[in-house]
Design a binder for this molecule. Structure first.
Ligand SMILES: O=C1O[C@H](COP(=O)(O)O)[C@@H](O)[C@H](O)[C@H]1O
Length: 229
């Protein structure tokens, strides 16, 4: 792929191999960080794609008790809802070796994300910067819950955005809580996990668009994109 000079694109022969390799890479980055720092923050996506990478990562031997797992975004649904990103992370990542990691979710039992914004914002600030960032991407080029056409997208993309914002977008379904562009851009290492030809084409398209049209563009600069058919 051509375009953003710093972006790296890794194409894998199949999804299984990709998930294992990606998990190894995230694990090494966390281990390296923990050699020189007391704690590390691993930020992860939800959705349908990262489950197998979580399975592999959760088996990785590292001092998970010094890792905070932070959600990059959340759908405003209770934690036991099938669409809850927190539920996915609890079930697939915070198990096995990784059971001792600390979870910083982006959900609280409150009627709307706005009701929880101040408290969650303070909690997230305490675990920044993100050491290792894993993001997903939708076919519409959204990443985290930065959706094209979202009501407060412009503010969430701006340099002075607060770390966490509540957003609404037609394509999003539920109201969302999301990390904003400056927090994602402040990550020390960024990986994007995508699968299938549709998302590959969407990523290629995003490179020639603005972050307002294609929010994933805001984090492509230093990212390593992992793709398999
Ligand atoms: O709604 C979301 O979508 C993206 C992409 O999800 P996928 O199902 O296409 O993998 C995900 O990265 C994000 O965390 C999630 O809330």
């Amino acid at each position: 792929m051509e375009g953003d000079p710093a972006m790296k694109f890794i194409e894998y022969p199949d999804r299984d191999l990709m998930m294992i390799n990606l998990a190894d890479r995230l694990s090494s980055e966390l281990k390296n960080t923990l050699l020189t720092q007391d704690r590390a923050t691993l930020c992860v996506p939800g959705g349908t794609t990262p489950g197998p990478a979580f399975d592999s990562l959760s088996a990785s031997k590292l001092d998970w008790s010094r890792v905070t797992v932070l959600l990059g975004d959340e759908r405003w649904v209770p934690e036991d809802h099938p669409r809850s990103n927190t539920r996915l992370v609890r079930k697939r990542l915070l198990v096995n070796q990784a059971a001792s990691a600390r979870l910083q979710s982006l959900y609280m039992d409150a009627p709307t994300p706005e009701d929880a914004l101040e408290e969650l914002g303070q909690q997230v600030e305490a675990v920044l910067p993100i050491t290792v960032l894993l993001l997903g991407m939708g076919g519409d080029m959204h990443t985290a819950s930065l959706f094209p056409g979202a009501d407060r997208l412009e503010e969430a993309l701006s340099d002075d955005a607060p770390p966490v914002m509540a957003l609404r977008a037609e394509a999003a379904g539920e109201p969302r809580m999301t990390l904003t562009a400056p927090v994602l851009q402040g990550a020390l290492s960024t990986h994007i996990l995508i699968t299938g030809p549709e998302k590959r084409a969407a990523l290629e398209k995003a490179r020639s668009l603005s972050p307002r049209e294609a929010p994933v563009k805001a984090v492509l600069g230093d990212a390593t994109v992992h793709w398999a058919e």
